[in-house]
Write a protein that binds this ligand. Structure first.
Ligand SMILES: Nc1ncnc2c1ncn2[C@@H]1O[C@H](COP(=O)(O)OP(=O)(O)OP(=O)(O)O)[C@@H](O)[C@H]1O
Length: 241
C-alpha cells in the first residue's frame, strides 16, 4: 500500500499508552516491568510488524492485542462493527464477540483438539461465524491444498503432525475467515522456503482486501517483504519500579 493510500485508509487498531508489568506472586510479589506507553496505530490494509530484540515485549503486546493478557494501563481501540471499542476495558462477552467477528489470530503453535480432524479444525472458525458447514469444509480443503498439507492428513487429528504441518493447519484456520484485523505471531517460524512464500502471498492478499495485520516475524526476509512499518519495541521499554 502506498503512503498516500495509507493516510486515506481508516484506522483499524489504535494502541494508546499501553503498559504491561508482571507481578511474580511466587517470588514475593517481585514486579517485572515489560513495556509502557506503547502507542501506534494500524490502518486498514496495512501490515505492521513488532520488532526489537528477544525480551523486548513483542509477544506480551500481541497477547494483549488478543485479550489474552490483561493490560496494566492504556487502551487498545479496535474498529468492531464500525465503532472503536476498547479491548482493554471490554467485558469478557465483548472480547469473545470481538474475536469471533473482528480479530483473527494465528499463534505460533496449534492447539489441537482430541478426535477433531484437521479439516474440521480449519473449517471451524467459518462455521462459528455462520457459514454453512459443507461450504466451510470446501474452503478449508482449498486452503489446505494451497498450503501443501497432504490430502491423506486432512481427516486425521493434527496432534501427531510435524511442526510445519501443524503450523500450516494453524495458518489455514487463521486465514480462512475475513476478520478485518489479523494478528500473526511467528506464522512462518517452522515452514520451509516454499510454504513461507505461500504465506507471504496470503498476507499480501489480506492487505489488498483491506485487512489490518500486526505480526511478529523473526525471519528478516519475511519481515522486510510483508512489513509496511516496523515498530521497534525498545522505545517502549518500561523503567523498573
Ligand atoms: N507470563 C509471564 N510471566 C512473567 N514474565 C513474563 C511472562 N510473559 C513474558 N514475561 C517476561 O516479559 C518480558 C518480555 O517477554 P516477551 O515474550 O513479550 O518478549 P519478546 O519480545 O516477544 O521476546 P522473544 O523475541 O524472545 O519471543 C520477558 O522478560 C519475559 O520474561
Amino acid at each position: 500500500m502506498t503512503a498516500q493510500a495509507q493516510q486515506a485508509a481508516p484506522v483499524a487498531v489504535s494502541v494508546e499508552a499501553l503498559a504491561k508489568r508482571f507481578t511474580m506472586h511466587l517470588q514475593g510479589g517481585i514486579e517485572l516491568p515489560v513495556v509502557e506507553n506503547v502507542t501506534f496505530s494500524v490502518a486498514k490494509g496495512e501490515c505492521v510488524v513488532l520488532g526489537g530484540p528477544s525480551g523486548a515485549g513483542k509477544s506480551s503486546v500481541m497477547k494483549m492485542l488478543y485479550g489474552n493478557y490483561a493490560a496494566g494501563g492504556g487502551a487498545i481501540l479496535v474498529r468492531h462493527h464500525g465503532e472503536m471499542v476498547d479491548l482493554v476495558s471490554a467485558d469478557p462477552r465483548q472480547v469473545i464477540a470481538m474475536r469471533r467477528d473482528t480479530i483473527g489470530y494465528v499463534s505460533q503453535f496449534l492447539r489441537t483438539v482430541p478426535r477433531v480432524s484437521a479439516l474440521d479444525l480449519v473449517a471451524e472458525p467459518l462455521i462459528a461465524r455462520g457459514t454453512d458447514s459443507e461450504e466451510a469444509r470446501e474452503r478449508a480443503r482449498v486452503l489446505m491444498a494451497r498450503l501443501n498439507v497432504p490430502e491423506r492428513l486432512w481427516s486425521l487429528p493434527p496432534a501427531t503432525f510435524s511442526g510445519g504441518e501443524q503450523q500450516r493447519i494453524n495458518i489455514a484456520r487463521g486465514f480462512i475467515t475475513d476478520h478485518p484485523v489479523l494478528l500473526l505471531d511467528e506464522p512462518t517460524a517452522s515452514l520451509d522456503a516454499l510454504n513461507r512464500e505461500i504465506v507471504m502471498a496470503m498476507i499480501a492478499e489480506k492487505k489488498a482486501a483491506g485487512v489490518a495485520q500486526i505480526g511478529i516475524f523473526h525471519d528478516a526476509d519475511v519481515r522486510d517483504a510483508v512489513a509496511d512499518r516496523i515498530i521497534d519495541m525498545r522505545q517502549f521499554a518500561a523503567a523498573a519500579a
